[in-house]
Design a protein around this ligand. Structure first.
Ligand code: CA
Length: 470
């Protein structure tokens, strides 16, 4: 074991669901290089985001706080980049810090990356081919495919460092976010029929009106422009839906294949530099994604496929390969975990907890028995998801769709009659039956309602005014 503090590398992708990763048992693709992180470290099985949207999840990861604290609640609420982050604390402690790739938390003074020795970021969502790259010096076009370009620029920065200080590098890919544009090297993959999820034909019976109200069905809402090909003539609706699913997944998984290759490049580069052992390497995504589950693409909902983040962590000097970690962690915990690895005290406003002990010397130690989630955009223009918050425990989930944008950007004036949902994830892992009104769940419901209120109070958030006690 070395005494030098570890390097920290976070490879963060965009919308990469864990059920499209081999190490998590994917039935739709292979990711051998991403899987190496799990094989040489640990797979974390219950990592969740606290708001399943790009911008808010990124702000929570950086600041170690919830959206109501860091102010980034929607896609169009830019970050106040001067607030404390694990990056600024690492830098104060002597780390070299860099970010390359997707930032997506605003642009311009006050919103550009702060606390980084080096930043080179995409503009907004960024482009898959010849992306525009912003640095402190301005904007230029970097020729190439975004996933390769981001990896190149990231490794170049570390290679340029001229002392032995530890470094922290964020490699933030655009892929596999829509518009799912694969490169030529992976264009021919996944042409065999891709398995269709069991819930693909979900009609949302037995749940609140929110699921039916959402506009993210592969069959009806996936733009043919995003698929870049025209369907055969006269396909009946059922066959057209499956045709769109196949096209969507082909492109999505091809983008993932390029990510996988580039994860491999990072691993090989660390190995060649002799730094693999003393580097904490984490792979994650800002949130999950519906891969045809419930008939959907996109995210936003508190439902499982959307909130579940892949998280694989290796650090050969400290983390022994072992069984998957099953305790609940969230994106709010990342900051304190990285700081813990570096031996740096967290900022007092941070709201998570380090799970480094569970990955090293205390594998059985509990983390938390529940976490809080809130999606703020109400009836957003793209997908019409109703604003909601909720609590997820190891077994249950309670959701309150309050349906009020409260004047936030990205929300409509649409008013929804509030509704509750409750799921028993043990008996109903696909969340098909709302048990909120089931008398058999009355005590569970009451207990979860109290726990939700307690969590909101602990975290300093407010219940929506429409919420009354049962
Ligand atoms: Ca995302």
């Amino acid at each position: 074991m070395t005494t030098r503090r570890p390097n920290i590398v976070l490879i963060l992708t965009d919308d990469h669901a864990s059920h499209a990763i081999g190490a998590y048992g994917s039935v739709v693709n292979q990711t051998p290089r991403i899987d190496e992180i799990a094989a040489t470290g640990r797979r974390i099985d219950n990592c969740f985001c606290t708001n399943a949207l790009c911008t808010p999840s990124r702000a929570s990861i950086l600041t170690g706080t919830y959206g109501h604290v860091n102010g980034v609640t929607t896609l169009s609420t830019p970050i106040d980049a001067s607030q404390p982050t694990f990056i600024s604390l690492l830098r104060n402690a002597g780390y070299r810090t860099g970010i390359v790739g997707k930032w997506h938390m605003g642009e311009g003074p006050g919103h550009d990356p702060e606390g980084f020795d080096h930043w080179a970021v995409l503009r907004d969502q960024g482009e898959y081919v010849d992306p525009q790259i912003r640095t402190a010096d301005g904007v230029h076009i970097q020729p190439g495919y975004a996933t390769d370009v981001i990896t190149d620029l990231a490794l170049d920065w570390v290679d340029s460092l001229d002392d032995d200080a530890p470094w922290c590098l964020l490699i933030h890919h655009k892929a596999p976010h829509r518009s799912w544009e694969p490169d030529d090297a992976h264009a021919g993959m996944y042409t065999d029929p891709i398995p269709v999820p069991e819930t693909f034909d979900d009609d949302y019976t037995g749940r609140s009106a929110a699921a039916k109200h959402a506009a993210m069905r592969v069959a009806e809402h996936l733009n043919l422009e995003d698929l870049k090909v025209v369907p055969p003539d006269d396909l009946p609706p059922d066959e057209l839906a499956l045709w769109k699913y196949q096209r969507y997944m082909e492109d999505y998984l091809r983008c993932v294949a390029s990510v996988d290759d580039n994860v491999g490049r990072v691993i090989d580069w660390l190995t060649e530099r002799g730094e693999r052992e003393r580097t904490l390497l984490a792979y994650s995504s800002d949130q999950g994604f519906f891969l045809g589950d419930h008939g959907w693409f996109d995210k936003r909902f508190i439902y499982e496929e959307s909130i579940r983040m892949p998280l694989l962590v290796s650090w050969p000097d400290r983390i022994e390969p072992g069984e998957p970690m099953t305790q609940i962690v969230t994106n709010v915990d990342f900051a304190q975990t990285f700081l813990d690895a570096a031996g740096v005290r967290p900022h007092e406003r941070m709201q998570g907890q380090s799970f480094l002990p569970q990955l090293t010397d205390a594998p059985e130690r509990p983390t938390r028995d529940a976490f809080y989630y809130r999606y703020y955009e109400n009836d957003d223009a793209s997908h019409h998801v109703i604003a909601h918050y909720g609590i997820r425990t190891e077994r249950h989930k309670l959701i309150y769709f309050y349906g009020d944008g409260m004047g936030l950007p990205g929300t409509s004036s649409f008013r929804y009659v509030p509704e509750w949902e409750l799921y028993d994830l043990e008996r109903d892992p696909d969340e098909l039956t709302n048990a909120y009104h089931d008398p058999a769940y009355r005590s569970v419901r009451d207990e979860l309602t109290r726990a939700l209120a307690d969590l909101q109070a602990d975290l300093g958030d407010e219940p929506h005014p429409s919420q009354t006690s049962p």
